[in-house]
Ligand binder design. Structure first.
Ligand code: PEP
Length: 256
């Protein structure tokens, strides 16, 4: 079964609306989504102008965080409905930088459900903090995945995108070996199949994140169970992000 590849950019806390519009324009003018999907996740303040820039193209818009409640006394927070109204189709949940700031599995689970209820596709991030043996890392991944998806019904399972991001690889220039990635993604695929059944589990998009760039994209995106990437640093410049998407397009064809 072929799964549509997703190349997602997490801009983190970088760039003014003006920066976002310029970058979004470069992407939308130079990318056609015939083989893979492209997504950008700017900061909240850039969402509306970036949505306007993307409106005639195929590049999709996402946010980096969402509140678990639909509305109410939550100063400084943003709901799924608000994101949707800004043009978002996706939202990142459970990013390690938010987990490091105190977000728990329970909160990630609630946010992931809120995203689905609000009509957004959550990109749920999981990953071990330090380099460890594959079996140990798998234990961490299973625990995080089960806890973060505990309220998600089988019928909604395939709508969740899972991003495996070893925390030690984020922003460090370090990446797991290809053998370790193959083992991790085979494990994740089996885990989602075990949890959601063959039909749903085999459709869930599994992304890799952590120092993915134009140079290592070919090796990483060739791994069978990797259905795209969540990209931080290399998504902040159009040439590197477009180059990764181009590599992804070539592998999408081969994997189809
Ligand atoms: C991320 O923050 O999700 C990420 C993968 O960052 P980077 O690509 O910079 O390692």
């Amino acid at each position: 079964m072929s799964i549509r590849t997703l190349i997602a950019g997490n801009w983190k806390m970088n760039g003014t609306p003006e920066f976002g519009v310029t970058l979004a324009k470069e992407l939308t003018q130079n990318f056609t989504c015939d083989k893979v999907d492209m997504l950008i996740c700017p900061s909240f303040t850039s969402l509306i102008p970036v949505a306007d820039t993307l409106k005639d193209g195929c590049v999709k818009l996402g946010a980096q965080n969402v509140h678990a409640e639909a509305s109410g006394a939550h100063t400084g927070e943003i709901s799924a409905e608000m994101l949707k109204a800004c043009g978002c189709e996706y939202v990142i949940t459970g990013h390690s930088e938010r987990r490091a700031a105190g977000e728990t599995d329970d909160q990630v689970a609630a946010k992931t459900c809120a995203a689905l209820e609000g009509g957004l596709t959550p990109i749920l991030c999981i990953g071990e903090n330090a380099k460890m043996q594959p079996a140990e890392a798998q234990e961490v991944l299973e625990k995080q995945l089960r806890a973060s998806m505990k309220n998600i019904a089988v019928t909604e399972g395939s709508q969740v995108v899972i991003a495996y991001e070893p925390v030690w690889a984020i922003g460090t220039g370090l990446v797991p070996t290809i053998d370790d990635l193959k083992e991790a993604f085979t494990f994740l695929r089996q885990l989602v199949i075990k949890t959601y059944g063959e039909e749903v589990g085999s459709k869930i998009r599994l992304l890799y994140g952590g120092s993915l760039n134009a140079e290592n994209a070919a090796d990483i995106l060739a791994v069978t169970d990797i259905n795209g990437g969540l990209i931080g640093g290399a998504s902040l410049k159009a040439p590197s992000f477009l180059a990764i998407a181009e590599v992804a397009s070539q592998y999408a064809e081969r994997k189809a």
